[in-house]
Ligand binder design. Structure first.
Ligand SMILES: Nc1ncnc2c1ncn2[C@@H]1O[C@H](COP(=O)(O)OP(=O)(O)OP(=O)(O)O)[C@@H](O)[C@H]1O
Ligand SMILES: [Mg+2]
Length: 259
């Protein structure tokens, strides 16, 4: 086992009823790597993230974090999940940032970012607040700790939700279209903090429609369509000189839409 592999997904299959959404997806993410997942709507990107973060169960395949197995195909051919205690430990390895921020509306910014460290990690309130304030400062939100989410812009809310995820000190952070609910002028401030995290070698998996961003920050781009990985590689290759016709078509349609 390669100690630098944070996440390994092997031959993941997932259907909703008759609909095969993931058709045998394998990927791995190494420490410090930034992986961008791109692809057409309905291609299974969110489902992949939801399976990776144990919000959705897989039908078969294996999911491992830091060499610890969360799920693996059992003798009967379907996925068997680890016992709840082990899953709890594995959950502490990752964080997830949603498209729609998902902050607690009735909690202040500071409470949003300190709640999980206090309740889940049993951090002292003081320690959690110190850490939370430092992270808020880093994200340019030091004057917002007493605000409620509804009093913040979408870009600020998304930065708070990034702080909330970081406060748990994850080994890997997942983002599902972190800027698609934002106006263009607010998108930039969120992409900037994600880029800052990439510069600090945070391990990240980012589903995005921002091709220029993917090109700038990703080490690896994964193009997904129809529940399979059609092509993956460095951004210069997948975005710059795609080998597969399907990737070319997607990118061509994309640049038409952007124009
Ligand atoms: N809980 C569910 N029950 C039934 N079908 C679902 C469920 N979640 C997703 N699907 C279906 O699975 C397919 C893949 O959805 P998914 O949300 O993963 O796509 P996506 O690549 O994230 O798309 P987008 O770019 O629009 O976010 C879609 O056809 C969707 O309707
Ligand atoms: Mg999606």
């Amino acid at each position: 086992m390669d100690a630098d592999v944070i996440l390994e997904m092997k031959d993941i299959k997932k259907s909703f009823g008759e609909l095969d959404v993931l058709n045998g997806i394998s990927l791995s993410v190494r420490r410090g790597e930034v992986l961008a997942v791109i692809g057409p709507s309905g291609g299974g990107k969110s489902t992949l993230l939801r399976c990776a973060t144990l919000l959705e169960t897989i039908d078969s395949g294996a999911i491992r974090y830091l060499g610890e197995t969360a799920a693996d195909t059992g003798v009967e051919g379907s996925a068997v999940y680890a016992p709840i205690e082990k899953l709890r430990k594995i959950r502490s390895y990752f964080g997830l940032v949603f498209q729609n921020f998902n902050l607690f509306p009735h909690y202040s910014v500071l409470k949003n970012v300190t709640d999980a460290p206090v309740v889940v990690q049993k951090c002292s309130k003081r320690e959690a607040e110190e850490k939370g304030r430092a992270l808020l400062k880093k994200m340019g939100l030091e004057d917002k700790e007493t605000y409620y989410p509804s009093q913040l812009s979408g870009g600020q809310q998304q930065r708070v939700s990034i702080v909330r995820a970081l406060a748990m000190e994850p080994q890997i952070l997942f983002f599902d279209e972190p800027t698609s609910a934002l106006d263009p002028e607010l998108t930039g401030e969120v992409l900037k903090v994600i880029r800052q995290l990439a510069d600090e070698h945070m391990t990240m998996v980012i589903v995005t429609h921002e091709m220029a961003f993917a090109r700038a920050v990703a080490d690896t781009v994964v193009f997904m369509d129809g529940g399979v990985i059609v092509e993956q590689g460095p951004p210069e290759q997948v975005l710059g000189a795609p080998r597969e016709e399907r990737t070319r078509q997607f990118l061509a349609r994309y640049s038409e839409k952007e124009a």
